[in-house]
Design a protein around this ligand. Structure first.
Ligand code: SAM
Length: 327
């Protein structure tokens, strides 16, 4: 296997794949209430097309893939895609990001297909608040999904909470206590002002403030985790079997260690989540491009990865919502 690096000497070995732009929730920070214009079915890559892209990328050094969306589990047959990807020798980590609503239904099939682990997005442990944030979800479904994922061995199950000032920051210690009482692995993520209905309402609750809140439960000890490709910094509370991770996309961006590319549901390769540049793979795929031609396009995407984003300077991101590009 050969490796590939971008123009800033960052090794690129991770591909996030959005399998659908559709979602069964309408989280306030991610999507407008009435949803977004949906892609036409014909524009969405088939599983065979995704497989061809991953196979070519794997030959260039990509060895980790994550399925995301939209909500990946609303697309039929996701376990089939996973078993196709699991058949590529050099892919050694397959993960999935989900809101957990359908996870109880699919956990065993996903595990059997070759999925290694899941991240579950969960922003409130209060049923009413959960409904308010997701606009239409039921907390109980996601909690059942988490239990089913643990029972199926899709571990480590990581819980991702987007912390929003004035919305759910009062639940930081409840989530942190779950790492002690239930062995949860929780990652707290700074809210990025990029999507949703309220772009001008400041929702940033910084990781520095989060740590102060959580340390009311005990001193956070730095902790090394073995599994994952992410930018989180990990800690443990005294007596906890679970971990606490902090992700700082805004106050301390981690672009310098970015190792990823993104494939949108409609077949565009994105060098960076927060830049609008995209390289079309769908058209070449559908007009019979050779593997070598696909690899050249992947190489072009890697070469054009920007050095970093500028959210902290208040730079706004315009363009396609996260649900379309695989946030
Ligand atoms: N539907 C899946 C889910 O809920 O996990 C996958 C797609 S969702 C777009 C992926 C992740 O992006 C979720 O963890 C979500 O919380 C995060 N996300 C979306 N908008 C965000 C924002 N404005 N700031 C921080 N994280 C965001």
């Amino acid at each position: 296997m050969t490796g590939i690096s971008d123009s800033f000497q960052r090794p690129i070995n991770y591909l996030r794949i959005s399998v659908t732009d559709r979602c069964n929730l309408r989280c306030v920070y991610c999507m407008p209430e009435n949803g977004v214009d949906l892609m036409a079915h014909a524009d969405i890559l088939s599983y065979e097309e995704i497989y061809v892209v991953v196979k070519a990328a794997a030959e260039m050094g990509i060895n980790k893939v994550r399925l995301t969306g939209g909500e990946p589990l609303v697309r039929a047959g996701v376990p089939d895609l996973i078993s196709m990807l699991a058949g590529i020798d050099t892919i050694d980590d397959i993960s999935l990001t989900t809101n957990g609503i359908l996870l109880a239904e699919y956990a065993v099939a996903l595990k059997e297909a070759g999925l290694h682990r899941v991240n579950v997005s969960l922003d409130s442990l209060k049923p009413d608040k959960f409904r308010e944030i997701t606009r239409c979800g039921t907390l109980e479904d996601t909690l059942r999904g988490i239990d089913a994922a643990v029972a199926a061995g899709l571990t480590p199950v990581k819980i991702n909470m987007v912390v929003m000032a004035g919305i759910n920051d009062d639940e930081l210690t409840d989530f942190a206590a779950k790492t002690v009482n239930d062995g949860w692995h929780v990652r707290f993520i700074e809210h990025m002002p990029v999507n949703g209905d309220e772009p001008d309402v400041p929702r940033l609750f910084s990781v520095r403030e989060m740590r102060e809140r959580i340390e009311s439960l005990g001193k956070l000890e730095p902790w090394k985790v073995d599994v994952g490709n992410g930018p989180a910094k990990y800690f443990r509370l005294p007596g906890a079997t679970g971990t606490i991770g902090f992700i700082t996309p805004v106050t301390e961006h981690f672009c310098y260690q970015c190792n990823r590319l993104r494939l949108t549901a409609d077949g565009m390769l994105r060098p960076c989540l927060l830049s609008e540049e995209e390289i079309d793979l769908k058209e070449p795929l559908r007009s019979g491009a050779s593997v070598m031609e696909l690899k050249n396009l992947i190489e072009k995407a890697v070469a054009s990865k920007p050095k970093g984003h500028r959210l902290a300077e208040g730079k706004k991101r315009n363009g396609r919502p996260f649900s379309q590009v695989g946030g």
